[in-house]
Design a protein around this ligand. Structure first.
Ligand code: ZN
Length: 111
């Protein structure tokens, strides 16, 4: 059986920051698979004394968003952070078309 790479996995590399819609958590990619990434989460143990444990997890490509690249074109240069969504999506300057009325709020410009 041939394993096909999920389209979203093309732009993901080790060390990228990803957001999981399912878990509503952020994590850094430790390993990349054809249709999932391995991340390590710090979780508190349920037993006392409370300890922070590192828990490896697999996140499916369908459930994640790569925050280290432009969310529209996948570029890694000239990135800025989109505001107002609650999730720090990155967007490159080329794809960043902000309506003029929002310039003052978004980039602090005075026109
Ligand atoms: Zn872009």
């Amino acid at each position: 059986m041939k394993i096909y790479q999920h389209p979203r996995m093309r732009d993901i590399s080790i060390g990228d920051e990803v957001y999981s819609y399912r878990q509503q958590l952020f994590a850094r990619v430790e390993e990349v698979f054809p249709a999932a990434v391995c991340v390590k989460l710090g979780i508190l143990s349920a037993t006392s004394p409370l300890e922070l444990q590192i828990s490896p997890q697999l996140w499916r490509a369908d459930d994640i968003e790569n925050l280290s690249v432009c969310r529209y074109c996948g570029a890694r240069n000239d990135l800025r952070t989109e505001t107002g969504t609650g999730i720090p999506f990155r967007i490159c300057n080329r794809c960043c078309v902000v309506p003029p009325k929002r310039h003052a709020r978004e980039v602090g410009a005075w026109w």
